[in-house]
Ligand binder design. Structure first.
Ligand code: GLC
Length: 534
């Protein structure tokens, strides 16, 4: 049995720092070029030293890895490329012993086309109970040669694929990810069972993939621009599903974080009602450009939309689907394109790094929980992947116009002087690492007090041990144009300078940490943040 955790238990998630692991690219323990659980286990001391409260694993289940594991073939086994179920159980227990909880990813919208259910549906044919678990339909047109409806895909391309017997099946993502039919009770029962399966193994939380997509409008009507409700986004039936999930989580004291991309604040907050999800990712903050006014508004809107439901906010700068923070903030145009989930054009990495450091202090000072995507603590830039090495289906489905998401999924640099920057000892990693990867290696940064890693470690240490951080009120303070200044409790204050020049600091405060040096006059330079205490 795992040892009990330190106090602060029940509502740990309200202000946790959660580290996102993309297993394929974190650390390669067996030297086959793909990250694995052995690699993660070896790096647990690194994570403990970094000072995170939990790790979230993107899918680690058996999968053909067409969409990086978001095409799950079997929820109850670990993909052999990553390890075994027994190893996952060990990992969960070892992490707990270090005070680190585990969050797994569940993907209710779809499964892999290799999943036993889909294979059975193909074999059983039209009209069968097996097909009822998915959305199979005859086509339109005289010979059924046209797709059953006109739904746009979440990736580019069609949402319907025809099978040899003439029926079509729905897939909001790739054809290898058939959508499940959530009106079917078996689908609900199966997922409730999967939740229990992982909670029984000591998992403390579940991230819900594409959480606003699984329920579909009855009859799968055509999509009509501007007409609400959308036939597959944010359907009301979802709330009943998540209420039953919540009841299960409550039995285990486990928590949810939903991937809910919804621009409407009121609709978003409905998922966070007390008997539904505990938290959801805050994409408004992630997609906000580096602009004081816009960030101020994004923070206010976030806090205002969470307050009525009593849920803590989450703060996310990056994940496995978006351009790396230093690259994004290094662009003049940091605007976000929702369709391709990517950001603006050419980049100044030095500027981007300065801003990413400031953004880290901003994010870690805000009320709620915070997510750190692997490699953000090393300040990794987005990598250019040669076209013939790109694996992300988003790239292929766009006809090669969208670079896809592999640039933020490049295997981690651990040791500057080792082959493949210490990612693994043997084969070349599954995605190529840029030539300058050793510069960013964790071992090099660990001994450099000015490194991104040192900044994250110190900030997380202060956030964990100091008062005034995490959950609780935030009060904006008067500040010059272009400067964000707010107080938390216990005299804690955060100042972020997004203006064009340096600004003075308030008197009689102790400087806890700054994202860069102050200038000769003791002023806070542009694109720099500081934490102060009265
Ligand atoms: C989510 C995941 C993304 C995946 C998609 C389909 O958006 O974060 O990586 O491609 O869902 O499962």
């Amino acid at each position: 049995m795992a040892a009990p955790l330190p106090p602060r238990t029940d509502d740990w998630w309200r202000d946790a720092a959660i580290y996102q692991i993309y297993p394929r690219s974190f650390a390669d323990g067996d030297g086959d070029g793909t990250g694995d659980l052995a690699g993660v286990r070896a790096k647990l001391p690194y994570l403990a030293q970094l000072g995170v409260d939990a790790v979230w694993f993107t899918p680690w289940y058996a999968s053909p890895l067409i969409d990086g594991g978001y095409d799950v073939a079997d929820y109850r086994t670990i993909d052999p490329a990553f390890g075994t179920l027994a190893e996952a159980e060990k990992l969960i227990a070892e992490a707990r012993n270090l005070g680190i909880r585990t969050i797994v990813d569940v993907v209710p919208n779809h499964v892999s086309d290799q999943h036993a259910w889909f294979q059975a549906a193909l074999a059983a044919g039209p009209g069968s109970a097996e097909r009822e678990r998915f959305h199979f339909r005859p086509g339109r047109g005289p010979d059924g040669e046209l797709p059953p409806n006109d739904w746009p895909s979440q990736f580019s391309g069609t949402t319907w694929t025809r099978v040899p017997d003439g029926e079509w099946y729905l897939h909001l993502f790739t054809p290898e990810q058939p959508d499940l039919n959530w009106a079917n009770p078996e689908v609900r029962r199966e997922h409730e069972d999967v939740l229990r399966f992982w909670f029984e193994r000591g998992v403390a939380g579940v991230r819900i993939d594409s959480a606003a997509l699984p329920a579909k409008a009855p009859g799968l009507p055509d999509f009509v621009e501007g007409v609400d409700p959308h036939p597959y986004i944010d359907q009301d039936d979802l709330h009943d599903i998540y209420r039953s999930w919540r009841a299960i989580a409550d039995e285990y004291g486990a928590v949810f974080v939903g991937e809910v991309w919804l621009p409407d604040a009121e609709r978003f907050a409905r998922y966070l009602r007390p008997d539904e999800l505990h938290t959801a990712f805050n994409f408004n903050f992630l997609t906000c450009p580096w602009d004081a006014g816009r960030l101020h508004r994004a923070i206010d809107d976030t806090l205002a939309e969470h307050a009525p439901v009593g849920a803590p906010a989450t703060w996310v700068l990056c994940n496995h689907d978006v351009t790396r923070t230093v690259t994004r903030y290094g662009r003049e145009d940091t605007g976000f394109d929702f369709a391709t989930k990517t950001f603006g054009t050419p980049t100044d990495l030095e500027l981007g790094t300065r801003r990413a450091r400031a953004a880290a202090l901003l994010t870690l000072a805000l009320p709620g929980s915070v997510y750190v995507y692997q490699g953000e603590e090393l300040g990794l830039p987005e990598a250019d992947i040669p076209h013939d090495r790109i694996q992300d289906p988003m790239h292929y489905r766009s006809g090669g116009t969208d670079p896809g998401r592999d640039g933020c999924r490049v295997p981690m640099p651990w040791a500057a002087d080792e082959p493949y920057s210490g990612f693994g000892s043997g084969t070349e990693p599954w995605l190529p690492q840029p030539d300058d990867w050793p510069v960013h290696a964790a071992d090099r940064q660990a001994t450099d007090p000015d490194s991104m890693l040192a900044l994250y470690r110190e900030a997380l240490r202060l956030r964990r041990s100091g008062t005034g951080f995490g959950d609780g009120p935030l009060t904006w303070l008067p500040a010059p144009e272009g400067v964000l200044s707010f107080a938390r409790t216990d005299g804690l204050m955060c100042l972020v300078n997004l203006s064009a020049g340096a600004v003075g600091l308030p008197a009689h405060r102790t400087r806890l940490l700054s994202s860069g040096p102050l200038d000769e006059e003791g002023q806070l330079p542009r694109d720099t943040a500081v934490w102060l205490r009265a």
